[in-house]
Design a protein around this ligand. Structure first.
Ligand code: SAH
Length: 213
């Protein structure tokens, strides 16, 4: 797997597009320009890697649209060394963007095929999340809680209480909420029992599935 000047050029164009669509955080745009999205795509689709669209990956899931990745990352207000819990590793692309921003990432995936694939890919790319978990992210990952930031990359019918509980005071949770389509919601824990809630428009995600066992 290699990066090429052609792909680098396409990434620069993608950055320009995302800026035009309203992404303004320079560190986020820089990360989109730096992380080779084609490494995270199905081999047959790499020529589409820098289109601003979601594409199928294994296990009937999708790699999120670059605009959505940038938008969620922007809402998360990531700083270097932030301890971040990501629910829905999927292809690993969003994880790589968070790592590029200098975050310490804990990431959870419930599809074993995707968990295994992304684990192998991270080691090939020498990317080092603090922890990869194969399991149900609905419950969060209490072993390493609390987190500065939590990011959910699948649509949840409602906000899982455990995720709110695993935020630090001052921490933020970005999560798409809804059934067929989702509102992008950001919770900020302003005190032990106080959560500020903001809404940022409509998106479409694959569903966050709760393990019933
Ligand atoms: N950030 C990923 C998004 C993948 S789509 C990317 O850009 O590639 C959302 C992912 O969430 C899917 O891989 C899906 O399997 C996963 N997912 C859904 N419900 C989950 C749950 N309860 N726990 C962990 N992962 C979940």
């Amino acid at each position: 797997m290699e990066d090429t000047t052609k792909f680098q050029g396409l990434r620069r164009q993608l950055k320009v597009q995302l800026r035009e669509k309203g992404i303004y955080t320079e560190s986020v745009l820089e990360a989109i320009g730096a992380v080779p999205r084609h490494f995270f795509m199905d081999p047959g689709l790499i020529n589409f890697a820098y289109e601003d669209q979601a594409y199928p990956i294994a296990a009937n899931q999708t790699i999120s649209q670059p605009y959505t990745v940038a938008f969620q990352t922007e809402l998360l207000e990531v700083l270097p060394k932030h301890k971040i819990l990501e629910i829905g590793t999927g292809s690993g692309y969003q994880t790589a963007v968070l790592l590029h921003l200098g975050a310490h990432v804990y990431t959870v995936e419930r599809q074993q095929e995707l968990y295994k694939k992304s684990k192998l890919l991270f080691s090939k790319l020498r990317l080092f999340p603090k922890k990869m978990v194969f399991g149900d992210g609905y419950k969060g990952w209490v072993e390493n809680a609390p987190y500065d930031r939590i990011l959910v990359t699948a649509g949840a019918p409602e906000v899982p209480k455990s995720l709110l509980q695993q935020l630090k005071i001052g921490g933020k949770l970005v999560i798409p909420i809804g059934d067929k389509e989702q509102q992008m919601i950001r919770y900020t824990r302003t005190a032990e029992k106080v959560f500020d809630k903001e809404s940022f428009g409509t998106f479409r995600f694959v569903p966050l599935l709760e393990n019933k066992n």
